[in-house]
Design a binder for this molecule. Structure first.
Ligand code: GDD
Ligand code: MG
Length: 398
């Protein structure tokens, strides 16, 4: 893969945020030396380097009641070396969607010799493992894991840690283009190859997100992304005193992290999770709040934003869904101790304009989960292992 070198980097405390780097070539050819001048402007990440990282990178597919055809396409796009973790919160009544997903994955693994795992978010053994390992925060009153994409992501990160992987990457299950999925995974691996810190995050910026209205229109920015980026940049600008537009991937669902970083961060519930990751990184390592003396602060945290070539085309879930996502994402920014009066004003203006909150109201505060490092991973793994035969594929036992 050939990717632009980042031309602009902002440093906030121990956090380095690289400006968007575009993919120039999906396939950059055989390994050979590049002329020196080319090396400065672009980076060539060799196939073997990518493959080595993929082996250590679990790809998580969170899924809730998506079309099984789409899910099938998504898993077909995940590079062969990456182990797959499917975290499903799909319906099990009348039509058992989870079973359909499981059968699809099973068949895929059978014919491709893949390593994969599928777990239902509401599986009682999962809840038991979390409870006994000292991380009951994820459990609802009914004793099962709470609803939400973030909740599924947190469980998957624990599974990836249990599998002793080094990296974890997330890819939504409702993507229409397997080629885009493939590219996301390649970009994650390339991002990790380009960055130096063991505490790194790679976030994807879509080249285009096509919309259907009297023909196809290749839209660059979604409204939710635009507003979330604007508010995160407003927060950064207010703190540094220099106007910034560095954040272009504030709510990127497609993103990846080293597990070293993943275990350190507090996470927000549901769709607030992605903006909160950036907020958590800035709060912990941005040098604005009392300094953090962990290893991550010493090494520095690197955030890489990569713009892909494939357009992102996924299920359209409607205006109300987007409005909910916006409120949650902005709520994560609004309640950060880093968020000053100016940024709060911008957030309220946006939410009121979209009628997501009333004129006198404030956004709801998303639930915050403590860092995953506080769990007794060995205990969690022991309990999960007991049930592993029912999660792992293809050796399925009912
Ligand atoms: N396990 C699990 N549990 N998965 C869920 C849940 C849940 O409760 N809710 C949704 N998902 C899955 C969906 O099935 C899908 O695969 C993925 O999470 C993303 O959900 P969507 O509902 O498709 O979200 P979106 O497309 O509107 O938003 C996506 O992109 C945004 C950036 O534009 C998400 O990835 C957002 O998190 C992201 O901010
Ligand atoms: Mg979607």
């Amino acid at each position: 893969m050939r990717i632009e070198t980042s031309r602009n980097t902002e440093r906030i405390g121990s956090v380095t945020i690289n400006d968007v780097q575009k993919v120039l070539e999906l396939d950059s050819g055989r390994a050979k030396e590049l002329p020196v001048e080319e090396k400065i402007a672009v980076q060539k990440i060799e196939q073997d380097v990518i493959k080595d990282i993929e082996k250590k990178m679990a790809i998580v597919v969170p899924i809730k009641d998506e079309k099984v055809k789409l899910f099938e396409g998504v898993i077909s796009g995940i590079p062969h070396e990456c182990p797959i973790i499917v975290l499903s919160n799909s319906r099990r009544r009348r039509v058992d969607h989870f079973k359909m997903e499981r059968d699809t994955l099973n068949q895929f693994c059978h014919f491709t010799g893949r390593q994969a795992l599928i777990i239902h978010q509401k599986d009682p053994s999962l809840a038991q493992a979390l409870e006994e390992a000292g991380y009951p925060d994820l459990l609802a009153e009914d004793g099962r894991v709470r609803e939400g994409k973030a909740e599924g992501m947190l469980v998957s990160m624990l599974i990836a840690m249990m599998m002793k992987k080094q990296y974890v990457g997330f890819i939504d299950a409702d993507n229409y283009f397997p080629g885009a999925v493939w590219e996301y995974a390649k970009c994650y691996a390339s991002g990790f190859a380009m960055t130096k810190s063991p505490y790194t995050m790679v976030r994807i910026l879509w080249h285009y997100k096509p919309k259907m209205s009297r023909g196809v229109y290749f839209k660059k920015w979604g409204r939710v992304s635009q507003v979330i980026n604007k508010c995160l940049n407003s927060l950064i600008s207010a703190k540094t005193g220099f106007e910034s537009e560095i954040i272009k991937t504030g709510n990127a669902g497609e993103h990846a992290m080293t597990l070293k970083l993943a275990r350190e961060l507090p996470y927000a519930s549901g769709y607030a999770v992605e903006p909160q990751e950036l907020i958590s990184i800035l709060e912990m390592y941005g040098g604005i709040l009392p300094p953090d003396r962990t290893k991550a602060a010493k090494h520095g945290v690197e955030i890489c934003q990569i713009e892909t070539r494939n357009p992102h085309f996924h299920e359209e879930k409607g205006w109300r869904h987007r409005q909910g996502m916006l409120s949650l994402g902005l709520g994560a920014i609004y309640y950060s101790p880093l968020c000053g009066g100016e940024t709060k004003k911008v957030i309220l203006g946006e939410l009121r304009q979209q009628e997501a909150v009333g004129q006198e109201e404030e956004p709801a505060q998303p639930r915050l989960y403590p860092p995953l490092k506080q769990i007794d991973l060995q205990k969690f793994a022991e309990i999960m292992q007991e049930h592993m035969s029912s999660y792992s594929l293809p050796e399925e036992k009912e």
